[in-house]
Design a protein around this ligand. Structure first.
Ligand code: ADP
Ligand code: MG
Length: 693
């Protein structure tokens, strides 16, 4: 039950002045439709209304505020001329101009002879001082109710700045006093205000530094949000550890046999990851482990060894990939190994339909299939496993915390291994994956040749295009990636089509095209031609999937490299350098490049270490941009900014750890306040993991 002290904050936004049902609906999609959601919508800008010069001294172009008397209205003789209201005070005259104005509204708001406060950007036009469409024209008391430093909020179509500000201002006097959930000595040390004060200050700033992330109000609110998030992750993690899982003894016969089939020995990183996973699986506790390893670090083998451990104990295992192409590729690599080991397996994707699907489902339900490989089709409601013991999720950055939870509910005590090739900086790992145990695989399989990376201006396009001919004569397979330029996939497609046509002029039918709008079967055909070498140059929009493996591919050309994120460039480059031949990567950019873009492209040239690239990217662009929720699985914060508030993260982690040691069920006074905090940030689902209190 939500504490009653929070009730006023969870009233509908429509109870605020100016917010009708229509705006309420708009808000519910934009900020959320409760008062607390509006309070969590922080200003992104400020307007200073403190500048109140005499009219004859007002500076052109400044936002200024004046107390004036309305002299007269001048209705325009023609539609395309502005409506004008002439005002004055002791220091001069001021014209207010309105284009396409409704006169009746203006006469009501600004009756002749009345005194009004007007505020807006002033212009000097010839000798006249004027304001076009003033921001405010109010009687004195109404104006004084507004903050003198006015918050400006991010908006969406259909939502006006003024209405939003007024609604939020109206909510401020009724903020409930809540119990303090932050540690008193910490709070004192930081000189942070209480929650109520912080919210009020954030929306009613007293000085122009109010937007600074280190401002006490902003920092306090950021800490609150990070604290709520970390607390939930810690509770979820603790809950999972208390839940019975199954213990899979380390038999290891199948794994050993697999070892004899593989043409290589495991790297130190792979050995370590396998050991971590084996230990987890052998314990009667549910595993939820993240395997972080760069593209090409060899995560698949680790997944297979883990699945064999489940199979050996008579359970089933599933390997889920985010796309059809990747699922098929897994089946192609892993299938022959499993066949050789006598383990039954099946590919299940959305393309299995009708009778085939029915048969597959039956085989899974009866336990005839030991390992299922597929897409999320594997986790549809009608898919029933006889006894699922381990679920492996590849390229986990496409799944969020919710999906992680849903996945493990597919069986009793299912162990879950998630794998990602998006290395995220160490400082952010806990924030994104605090509910999981993490294994990192920093080394790459031995003998891998470095990729020769060059940064080249698009001015030299024809040299680059010509140069491919040499590589092709030596049998090279080449990717040519065209970026996401526009919001529209069709426009991007056009760019890729043009590029393909251009290259076809040089190389004819050796050039193929693959893009997101193609039917899956057609995509597969083109990919197969590329693998078989019938096509040597594959022009692609960014659909070349993260894990696609064509060891023969040795050249990667990325057009408009400056438009990609570093993580994405790194992923793309990882498509080559997988075979025995030396590979190269050409980053084509269109200048002029800014400092940051230059620095980013040089990092790509200087290193292939994904973890280092992630750290540098974080430094250069900030967490939000670099990682984005979709890319990384990082949660989206509204009050905290992972870049600006990164220094708070260690404190939050320590805080949560100590807190749960001292007050595991959140029973103390502070514990009770923390429960409120979880409600406040809509993270109360974790409260069910606590005993009632
Ligand atoms: P990723 O981590 O990107 O999923 P993969 O599992 O696809 O990487 O492995 C990339 C390639 O490296 C595959 O061809 C795989 O067979 C090979 N590989 C994996 N482990 C080793 C190893 N220890 N030594 C040599 N090659 C390896
Ligand atoms: Mg992979």
């Amino acid at each position: 039950m939500r504490p009653s002290s929070l009730t006023p904050l969870f009233k509908d936004a429509t109870t605020l002045p100016g917010i009708g049902p229509k705006l309420g609906k708009l808000l519910s999609a934009f900020t959320g439709d409760k008062i607390i959601d509006l309070l969590h919508h922080l200003p992104s800008n400020l307007i200073d209304r403190q500048y109140r010069p005499p009219l004859d001294e007002a500076e052109d172009g400044h936002i200024a505020t004046f107390e004036v008397e309305v002299v007269k209205h001048e209705v325009p003789p023609r539609r395309n001329l502005p409506y004008r209201i002439l005002c004055r005070n002791d220091s001069g005259f001021l014209s207010l101009l309105f284009f396409r104005a409704r006169g009746d509204w203006l006469t009501k708001a600004m009756p002749e002879g009345a005194t009004r406060i007007v505020s807006g950007r002033v212009e000097r036009f010839r000798d006249n001082l004027q304001i076009v469409h003033p921001d405010h024209m109010l009687p004195k008391p109404a104006f004084e109710a507004l903050p003198i430093i006015e918050p400006v909020y991010p908006l969406t179509a259909g939502l006006s700045a003024k209405i939003l500000m007024k609604a939020i201002q109206a909510a401020l006097p009724d903020l409930p006093k809540l119990g303090e959930w932050q540690e008193p000595t910490w709070l004192e040390q930081q000189k942070w205000p209480s929650w109520q004060e912080a919210v009020a200050l954030a929306h009613r700033p007293e000085a122009l530094d109010a937007l600074d992330p280190q401002h006490p109000a902003r920092a306090r609110l950021a800490y609150d949000e990070l604290l709520a998030h970390q607390l939930v992750l810690a509770l979820v993690r603790r809950q999972r550890r208390q839940m019975a899982g199954r213990a899979y003894p380390e038999i290891g016969v199948l794994a050993q046999k697999l070892g004899t089939l593989l043409p290589f020995a495991l790297t130190g990183s792979q050995e370590q990851a396998v050991a971590d996973i084996r230990t987890d699986m052998a314990e009667p506790v549910r595993m939820l482990r993240l395997l972080q390893g760069d593209v090409g670090s060899g995560k698949t083998v680790v997944a297979v060894i883990s699945m064999l451990q489940a199979v050996e104990s008579g359970a089933q295992a599933a390997l889920m990939a985010p796309t059809e192409i990747l699922a098929r590729q897994h089946a192609e690599t892993v299938g022959p190994w499993l066949d050789a080991l006598g383990v039954s397996w099946q590919l299940m994707t959305a393309r299995n339909k009708g009778k085939l699907r029915k048969e597959s489902l039956a085989a899974l339900a009866q336990g005839e299939v030991q390992i299922a490989i597929g897409t999320h089709a594997l986790f549809q409601d009608d898919v029933v496993f006889a006894d699922l013991g381990l679920a492996v999720v590849d390229e986990q950055h496409r799944f969020g915390v919710q999906q992680r939870m849903a996945l493990s509910s597919k069986g009793e005590g299912v162990d879950v291994l998630v794998m990602t090739a998006t290395p995220i900086p160490r400082t952010l790992t806990l924030t994104a994956y605090g509910d999981m145990d993490v294994s990192r695989m920093p080394d790459k399989p031995a003998g891998r040749l470095p990729i020769d990376t060059r940064v080249i201006s698009m001015d030299r396009y024809s040299d680059v295009a010509q140069g491919l001919g040499n590589a092709m004569r030596e049998g090279a397979r080449i990717y040519w990636v065209c970026p996401l330029v526009s919001e529209s996939e069709l426009v991007d497609l056009a760019a890729a089509e043009d590029r393909a046509k251009d290259l076809q002029k040089l190389y004819g039918s050796k050039v193929g095209l693959v893009h997101g709008q193609m039917r899956a079967a057609d995509k597969d055909t083109v990919m197969a031609q590329f693998v078989a070498g019938e096509i040597s140059i594959l022009v692609a929009t960014t659909v070349i999937e993260v894990g696609v493996n064509v060891p023969e591919a040795t050249v990667m050309v990325i057009e408009h490299a400056e438009r990609f994120g570093l993580a994405q460039l790194h992923q793309l480059r990882g498509r080559v350098g997988r075979g025995l031949e030396k590979s190269s990567c050409v980053l084509l950019y269109r200048g002029p490049l800014g400092e940051t873009s230059k620095a980013r492209l040089s990092i790509m040239r200087d290193t292939e270490d994904g973890f280092r690239i992630a750290e540098e990217d974080l430094r250069l662009r900030g967490a939000g941009e670099v990682l984005g929720t979709r890319q990384s699985g990082l949660p989206l914060f509204r009050l905290a900014n992972l870049e600006a508030h990164a220094d708070l993260l260690p404190a939050v982690h320590d805080d949560v750890k100590l807190l749960l040691e001292r007050d595991p069920q959140l029973d103390s006074l502070r514990g009770q306040a923390l429960r409120s905090l979880l409600y406040l940030f809509r993270r109360d689902e974790a409260i069910r993991f606590l005993q009632s209190g």
